[in-house]
Design a protein around this ligand. Structure first.
Ligand code: F6P
Length: 549
């Protein structure tokens, strides 16, 4: 097991002094000093192009970041992951989502057994099933073809399939409408049930553990709704399938194991869209496009595994994140896709990043000595420009940004895409160059009101600039480029986890809330607020219970 032996303290100290030195140099100055900067600070991999030149970095600082990656053992840990070592130490599991998208190797021995054969066999089953639903040969209990697919799952069993189906809607089957129900709030399921016909609806109950309360509650309610619509118990087999790694629980729920698509404990929930959890994606875009998604991700895996650290896209993206998190005190970062169909990407990345690296204990079980994962947030551009960009340009916090831009559109409406591109590139440039008070003074336009002098107005209208960003270009939003993009972020998160010396593959932080919810739920069923909770919780609960319908 390649857990690092010593803390790379020297490298951390060197980076702190580089950050101090670079405080005096604006990003724009680096461009003036080096006409080659845009070329030197950009690279291509797996069909993606990353320009990271608009960062508070110079060659020395970049070199020092790479030294940190080296000293933190990134290369060895990366190999340990690909080889199937049990790097998820707290759950004693391998981390092998990369194997799910390896369509070229023949075998991969893990724990004295090949895993690629079983992966292929399950993938074939999911593909065959998807084709039957798509072609209309899989029919509902009254003989009608399926028109609506409802995925019931939460977290990793929802966010990936939901995000990808939305992103690739231009590739979707025209007859099939995809729906996603995650929330325990019955409004989520009620909204969907109001739109679908039980005779033509397929429910996919997706849960790795098959113990998640939200998913099981929604699934039970959906089943009751289905039966109340006139179907019989035996008809469930035509309308309910499960995706899980817990076949016992699936059987106990009443779904025929024939209709269950398995996956393995070495697939983390938030890394599972490549497995059977991707069934809604396969149904929506078809097996061939799903394979393209896998191939795109695999191309990024190959790049990540083989490229030297200094020209390795996930490594560089990770190091830039560490640079701002640990040496510029940036508590959050924004991911801003300039693509309407990537609107669910920030939510997906929130789970990927924050559930992976929102940790404060090292792999050795001691408290971390530096900040770990930032808050991830974002919305598509240009919408965000008219909402929160004000803070990005003139607020008091530093928010590093990833702009994501497909160069070609997937629609044929004239004029829109050029404007989208112009806006995206304008934002990263404006954030970097800012506008001095002197320039603002020369602005014509708004005249100061009686309570504001021209000088004051110039201050309001100036921009400090020097706000960093990366820009990621995709050829277009298609299955392969999306696969590469998701894998890029997966590996970025992995590298940061190695540098912060945390376990990126467990999520113990979600457990306490579940336990307390169970305790409160039990008390509600008993009709009494629990005595052994704090006064605030008891009082809030009493108010809620008084209004129960
Ligand atoms: O509660 C967090 C979590 O365990 C996530 O890690 C996971 O993706 C989600 O719940 C759903 O879990 P399951 O697929 O087992 O229902």
């Amino acid at each position: 097991m390649s857990i690092r032996q010593q803390d790379p303290a020297v490298e951390w100290a060197a980076l702190a002094s580089h950050a101090e030195r670079l405080k005096k140099i604006a990003i724009s100055e680096h461009f003036k000093a080096d006409p080659e900067r845009a070329t030197k600070y950009s690279l291509e991999a797996a069909g993606l192009y990353l320009d990271y030149s608009k960062n508070r970095l110079d060659d020395q600082a970049r070199g020092a970041l790479l030294d940190l990656a080296q000293a933190s053992g990134v290369a060895a840990r990366r190999e340990a992951m690909f080889a199937g070592e049990r790097i998820n130490v707290t759950e004693n599991r391998s981390v092998l989502h990369t194997a799910l998208r390896d369509l070229t190797s023949t075998t991969l021995e893990v724990d004295a057994g090949d895993i690629l054969g079983p992966i292929r066999a399950v993938r074939e089953r999911t593909f065959t099933f998807s084709e039957r639903v798509r072609s209309g040969t899989w029919r509902g209990y009254t003989g009608k073809s399926i028109t609506d697919v409802v995925n019931i799952g939460i977290g990793g069993s929802d966010l990936g399939p939901r995000m990808v189906c939305e992103a690739l809607r231009n590739f979707a089957h025209p007859r099939l409408r995809m729906h996603f129900v995650a929330n325990i709030d019955g409004a989520a399921l009620a909204d969907v049930l109001a739109k679908v016909d039980p005779q033509r609806t397929l429910f996919i109950v997706a849960s790795k553990t098959f113990t998640t309360i939200e998913t099981l509650t929604n699934a039970h309610t959906a089943r009751a709704w289905f039966i109340s619509g006139g179907a019989e118990e035996r008809d469930i087999a035509r309308h309910f399938v499960a995706v899980s790694s817990n076949s016992e629980a699936v059987r106990a729920f009443g779904i025929d194991p024939q209709n269950m698509f398995p996956f393995w404990d070495w697939v983390g929930g938030r890394y599972s869209l490549w497995s059977s959890i991707g069934l809604p994606i396969m149904i929506s875009i078809g097996p061939e496009n799903f394979e393209q998604l896998l191939r795109g991700a695999h191309a990024m895996d190959q790049h990540f595994r083989n490229a030297p650290l200094e020209s390795n896209m996930p490594v560089l993206l990770a190091l830039i994140g560490v640079w701002y998190r640990n040496f510029h005190d940036a508590a959050s970062m924004a991911v801003l896709p300039y693509s309407e169909h990537l609107q669910r990407l920030p939510a997906y990345l929130q789970q990927l990043d924050m559930e992976s690296n929102g940790k404060s204990v090292t792999l050795q079980g001691t408290p971390v000595t530096h900040a770990t994962g930032p808050v991830i947030w974002g919305e598509p551009g240009t919408n965000g420009q008219h909402a929160f960009f004000q803070l990005l340009h003139q607020g008091t916090q530093l928010v590093p940004i990833d702009f994501i831009l497909p160069m070609r559109s997937t629609h044929s409406l004239v004029g829109h895409h050029d404007l989208l591109v112009a806006n995206c590139l304008a934002q990263s440039r404006a954030l970097m160059i800012g506008k001095s008070v002197e320039q603002a003074r020369q602005d014509s336009g708004t005249a100061p009101g009686p309570a504001t002098t021209a000088e004051q107005l110039a201050s309001h209208r100036s921009f400090a600039g020097n706000r960093p960003s990366n820009t990621l270009l995709l050829e277009r939003l298609d299955p392969a480029s999306l696969g590469a993009l998701i894998a890029l972020y997966e590996h970025k998160v992995f590298v940061q986890g190695v540098i912060w010396n945390v376990n990126s593959f467990d999520q113990w932080g979600v457990e306490l809330g579940k336990t307390v919810a169970t305790q409160i739920g039990k008390a509600m069923r008993a009709g009494e607020p629990p005595a052994d909770v704090d006064a605030s919780t008891r009082q809030l609960l009493a108010r809620c219970m008084a209004r129960r319908t």
